[in-house]
Design a protein around this ligand. Structure first.
Ligand code: CCH
Length: 288
């Protein structure tokens, strides 16, 4: 065949490990961003690409990478995620055969592992779709709301209470930005390393409402340098959620196991995979 028909080549685990390595190397190289890493914002991109899923209609999810297009890129919840998309663009240029949708999820997987989190098994199979597949605004959680809202949003994706709490542990990473969500500050003292500190701090610190001009958020009474969103605080107001917060605060291994399982589920929502096998990639450190 001639012309512009794409060449169909099956890429194997080694090819994807190369992409992983390129993302990880770029994470190391570009350490002048935020708290020293693009890792957290890459995790948030992968989550917001996936978290639009609606199990009733089968719409949304990471298959499509529709956040490339307005209106989805302009949804309030996605403010700031251009930094993550732009970070990954040179990787896409280097490996044009990978879809944006597979790349964004691999970015999340790589960021979690390189920030010392658990292994996140991965499989490719997401295809990019056009702007007609953009999801309506309002599918991602609203940080000013509490447990009923969290259940509405995450049950729609097909998650249960335990999974909601396990996913929230991602807030060990990164921070809020006043020019994105309007909120301000990190949840933990080590926002570029994945630990169960989010749960420990949520339980053990005394939280008070911050007095400021911005949206309603909590600050820790001791240092006033950490924050919790109303949606985070809801996890210790609700009895069922709180039982899981306690479990994860007391057992980092349990958190890592449950987090890996639930993030794989999140990243695969609505994807029509042909491949059943999942791959575990080596971290840069493991390849030294
Ligand atoms: Fe989140 N998150 N998230 N979040 N999130 C924000 C930042 C991060 C909520 C609200 C916010 C998850 C669930 C929720 C990350 C991962 C996950 C911000 C600040 C808000 C607001 C954005 C800004 O200003 O830049 C709410 C509400 C929920 C409800 O459950 C889940 C699930 C995950 C992943 C599994 C990460 C990582 C960040 C840090 C991003 C950064 O740029 O540092």
């Amino acid at each position: 065949a001639s012309g512009s028909a794409p060449t169909l080549v099956n890429h194997n685990k080694a090819d994807y490990q190369k992409v992983y390595n390129a993302i990880a190397a770029r994470l190391e190289e570009k350490d002048d961003y935020d708290d020293g890493s693009y890792g957290p914002v890459l995790v948030r991109l992968a989550w917001h690409a996936s978290g639009t899923y609606d199990k009733e209609t089968g719409t949304g999810g990471s298959n499509g990478a529709t956040m490339r297009f307005a209106p989805e890129s302009d949804h309030g919840a996605n403010a700031g995620l251009k930094h993550a998309r732009d970070f990954l663009e040179p990787i896409k240029q280097q490996f044009p055969w990978i879809s944006y949708s597979d790349l964004w999820i691999l970015g999340g997987v790589c960021a979690i592992q390189e920030m010392l989190g658990p292994k996140i098994p991965y499989r490719p199979g997401r295809a990019d779709r056009d702007m007609s597949a953009c999801t309506p605004d309002g599918r991602l959680p609203d940080a000013s709301k509490t447990q009923d809202h969290l259940r509405d949003i995450f049950y729609r994706m097909g998650f249960n209470d335990q999974e909601i709490v396990a996913l929230a542990g991602a807030h060990a990473l990164g921070r809020c930005h006043t020019d994105r969500s309007g909120y301000d500050g990190p949840w933990t003292f080590s926002p570029t390393v994945l630990t169960n500190d989010y749960y420990k701090l949520l339980l053990n610190e005394k939280w008070q409402w911050r007095k400021w001009d911005g949206p309603k958020q909590l600050e820790d009474k001791t240092t006033k340098s950490l924050m919790m969103l109303p949606a985070d605080y809801a996890l210790i107001q609700d009895k069922t959620f709180k039982e899981w917060v306690v479990k994860y605060a007391n057992d980092n291994d349990l958190f890592f196991r449950d987090f890996a399982n639930v993030i794989v589920k999140l990243f695969e929502l609505g994807v029509p995979f042909k491949q059943t096998e999942r791959w575990e990639f080596k971290t840069l450190n493991e390849q030294e």
